[in-house]
Design a protein around this ligand. Sequence first.
Ligand code: SF4
Ligand code: SF4
Length: 68
Amino acid sequence: MAKSKKYARVGRECVACGSCLKACPRGAVRIVSGVIARVDQEICVGCGKCARLCPADVITMVERGDEK
Ligand code: SF4
Ligand code: SF4
């Protein structure tokens, strides 16, 4: 799978439901301290699957190098 120019960023309103973690084909997501999902930018290929499935709608697809 080719890496897209974007990666997934999780907002603070994440409810740690784990849907994105299960959906990610790359295993790029982990739940930190049981409270928030985090995406490893290096592993994420920017497919957007997690963002489409997030029930809280807190995942944004962000351009690489444009994250600040
Ligand atoms: S699917 Fe959304 S709410 Fe659920 S863990 Fe992932 S980012 Fe958080
Ligand atoms: S955009 Fe795709 S590869 Fe990246 S974290 Fe979401 S599901 Fe995984």
